[in-house]
Design a protein around this ligand. Structure first.
Ligand SMILES: *[C@@H]1O[C@H](CO)[C@@H](O)[C@H](O)[C@H]1NC(C)=O
Ligand SMILES: *[C@@H]1O[C@H](CO)[C@@H](O)[C@H](O)[C@H]1NC(C)=O
Ligand SMILES: *[C@@H]1O[C@H](CO)[C@@H](O)[C@H](O)[C@H]1NC(C)=O
Ligand SMILES: *[C@@H]1O[C@H](CO)[C@@H](O)[C@H](O)[C@H]1NC(C)=O
Ligand SMILES: *[C@@H]1O[C@H](CO)[C@@H](O)[C@H](O)[C@H]1NC(C)=O
Ligand SMILES: *[C@@H]1O[C@H](CO)[C@@H](O)[C@H](O)[C@H]1NC(C)=O
Ligand SMILES: *[C@@H]1O[C@H](CO)[C@@H](O)[C@H](O)[C@H]1NC(C)=O
Ligand SMILES: *[C@@H]1O[C@H](CO)[C@@H](O)[C@H](O)[C@H]1NC(C)=O
Length: 322
């Protein structure tokens, strides 16, 4: 009786609480980037690679002239040069790095991706940060991996006093917990994604899928659904104009604010997509060799343009919700 009474009396509170939680997960489309729209929403960064990769980032004019970027109504492709043998003493392989013109604070980004760059020496990344104020503005790496294999992970990089718990409700596995860029050569706090098709050739064979990142002041979540995943939410697969992250299930990676005040460690961020070669991570000789890649990274990248035929991103859309 007492239990019933309690249930009854808290019923209203519970209902309003549930209502609040659902409302919290509900977002409206604020930006829908597709096809030629990528040229309007992104700026080409023809800058020296901050990670010392074997890369030469080109501007929009050159990218279009060399067909390194290509847009139709349905698709946007961003690729590296796969036709030039490089002079070992000259510039790196032509590639593209783009940064969104807009910045976002709390929001959801959904990346509908058909293909990601693959091949030995490739180091693609889809991430959000504030380049003019790093690491104080925070950094969320949504998709990142090297040499087709590991690490396939989502990572935060922040200023000091931000860590994540080693165990939390997520599908992936926490690899490192200190998010501070000053810790262990900016390793970041990283979660390796579960499953075997969220990255590289396996991802490409199945026609890719959807990556989504939700940033609130309470948590940052990353989800991945393969193209044919029957559990991929309808609002994601249909590209709905309103979404409800409260119904998306357990995320691939979950970064709670329990040991990190997310509101003060993350400011306005841009979306950045870059494809580099070798550099600190992909060129690390132990990782490179462990991945079964031939010779050394720089030599391979210089001499084998055709190895990069599949070194491209193909996006159907990037949708931002707030
Ligand atoms: C783009 O880069 C090329 C090659 O470096 C340069 O000649 C050209 O002036 C640049 N164009 C713009 C609009 O910056
Ligand atoms: C540019 O690249 C796209 C995508 O790979 C391809 O369909 C198109 O034919 C290429 N255009 C030229 C002029 O090579
Ligand atoms: C992209 O550039 C940033 C540095 O500005 C670096 O942290 C990130 O790892 C790079 N990733 C790739 C794939 O170049
Ligand atoms: C995280 O790294 C920072 C920078 O090296 C360090 O000051 C801090 O003590 C570390 N936090 C933990 C919990 O180890
Ligand atoms: C991925 O895992 C599924 C189910 O466990 C399995 O059927 C499939 O062969 C695996 N694919 C690869 C590329 O390992
Ligand atoms: C991530 O990399 C690890 C180690 O290479 C591998 O076991 C795992 O299947 C990969 N996961 C995905 C999602 O590709
Ligand atoms: C570290 O962050 C916690 C909140 O997560 C805060 O209470 C504490 O004051 C911060 N410490 C410093 C030295 O900023
Ligand atoms: C981030 O970027 C904006 C504009 O580029 C700047 O005004 C802001 O102060 C930056 N820093 C942080 C920590 O958010």
């Amino acid at each position: 009786m007492k239990l019933n009474a309690i249930t009854g009396s808290t019923g209203l509170t519970l209902a309003s609480l549930v209502g609040f939680v659902l409302a919290h997960g509900t977002y409206t489309l604020i930006e829908d980037i597709a096809g030629e729209g990528f040229y309007d929403s992104f700026n080409f960064e023809a800058i020296p690679d901050p990670t010392q990769g074997r890369v030469n980032y080109v501007n929009e004019t050159v990218a279009k002239a060399l067909n390194l970027t290509f847009a139709t109504d349905e698709t946007f492709i961003l690729r590296a040069d796969d036709f030039t043998v490089l002079n070992a003493k000259g510039a790196g392989r032509d590639s593209v790095r783009i940064r969104s013109n807009n910045q976002y604070t709390t929001h959801v980004t959904v990346f509908d991706m058909q293909h990601m760059p693959e091949g030995c020496g490739t180091w693609p990344a889809v991430w959000e940060t504030n380049e003019s104020d790093w690491p104080d503005g925070g950094e969320v790496d949504i998709v990142e991996g090297v040499n087709d294999v590991e690490p396939n992970q989502s990572t935060l990089h922040t200023s000091d006093n931000c860590t994540i718990p080693p165990f939390t409700t997520q599908l992936g596995t926490t690899l490192s917990t200190n998010c501070s860029a000053a810790f262990d050569f900016n390793e970041g706090c990283a979660v390796e994604l579960a499953g075997n098709n969220s990255y590289g050739p396996a991802f490409n064979r199945i026609g890719g899928g959807w990556y989504a990142m939700e940033r609130t002041n309470h948590y940052i979540n990353v989800w991945f659904w393969a193209r044919s995943d029957p559990f991929a939410p309808d609002d994601v697969t249909c590209g709905a104009s309103t979404i409800d992250t409260g119904k998306w299930g357990i995320p691939a990676a979950h970064f709670p604010n329990t040991q990190c005040d997310l509101a003060s460690h993350f400011g306005p961020n841009n979306i950045i997509i870059n494809l580099t070669f070798c550099g600190a991570k992909a060129g690390n000789s132990t990782l490179y060799t462990a991945a079964g890649c031939p010779s050394d990274c720089e030599t391979f990248v210089n001499d084998n343009p055709s190895a990069f035929e599949n070194a491209y991103f193909q996006f159907s859309s990037i949708k931002v919700y707030a």
